[in-house]
Ligand binder design. Structure first.
Ligand SMILES: *[C@@H]1O[C@H](CO)[C@@H](O)[C@H](O)[C@H]1NC(C)=O
Length: 190
């Protein structure tokens, strides 16, 4: 009985801590970018909008991808924190199944499980819509980012990408814009 209470308390606090991310129900199975070509995807992307996560606390977010070896992409994520310092994190992305090249698995620390990074839509030169979802029993945890090659992205494209997210059951009102103000983010380019 006692063990049960401790277990449910632990579960409750885990649920509460992840409340932003944890949703009831299983992950959708969205269509991904057809014929995804990692070699065109590499380079720098600016984060335009995201579902809030606990591991991103700053603004001016960028993601820089590089080809490390066949099927392996280097990941460098940077953001500007409130105190003016730049927070960077290095990871790598791998294609799990060569027949689904748009479905990547990203890991940041050795020993931690990789997370799904699915490119739902990208034209390589303008925008990328990234989505990840993991099932936890009856619940799921979702991540999503809208990226752009420029610090801005047209309202029209954002609406189009929101349409894709809505169609897989994601509440786009939960997405928050990333500050990419050139003046505010100037430290990121030094
Ligand atoms: C960008 O940030 C600067 C200062 O951080 C501010 O003065 C300016 O109004 C901002 N520009 C826009 C378009 O929000």
């Amino acid at each position: 009985m006692k063990a049960m209470q401790v277990l449910s308390l632990t579960l409750l606090s885990v649920l509460a801590a992840s409340a932003q991310l944890l949703k009831f129900g299983k992950c959708p199975k969205p269509a991904v970018q057809a014929n995804f070509d990692a070699s065109q995807y590499i380079g720098k992307w600016y984060e335009i909008m995201k579902l809030p996560t606990r591991f991103q606390k700053g603004e001016c977010g960028t993601a820089t991808y590089s080809l490390k070896s066949p099927g392996v992409i280097g990941v460098l994520n940077s953001e500007l924190l409130d105190d003016g310092t730049i927070n960077s994190i290095v990871g790598s992305a791998k294609v799990k199944n060569p027949s689904e090249p748009a479905k990547l698995e990203v890991s940041f620390f050795e020993g931690t499980p990789p997370g799904p990074y699915w490119v739902l839509s990208s034209d390589y030169e303008g925008h990328s819509l990234v989505y990840g979802c993991a099932d936890y029993g009856l619940f799921r945890i979702e991540l999503s980012w809208i990226l752009s090659r420029e610090p801005t992205l047209s309202e029209e494209t954002v609406e189009e990408l929101h349409g894709i997210l809505s169609s897989i059951g994601l509440d786009v009102n939960k997405m928050v814009p990333t500050n990419q103000n050139e003046t505010y983010c100037a430290a990121m380019n030094q």
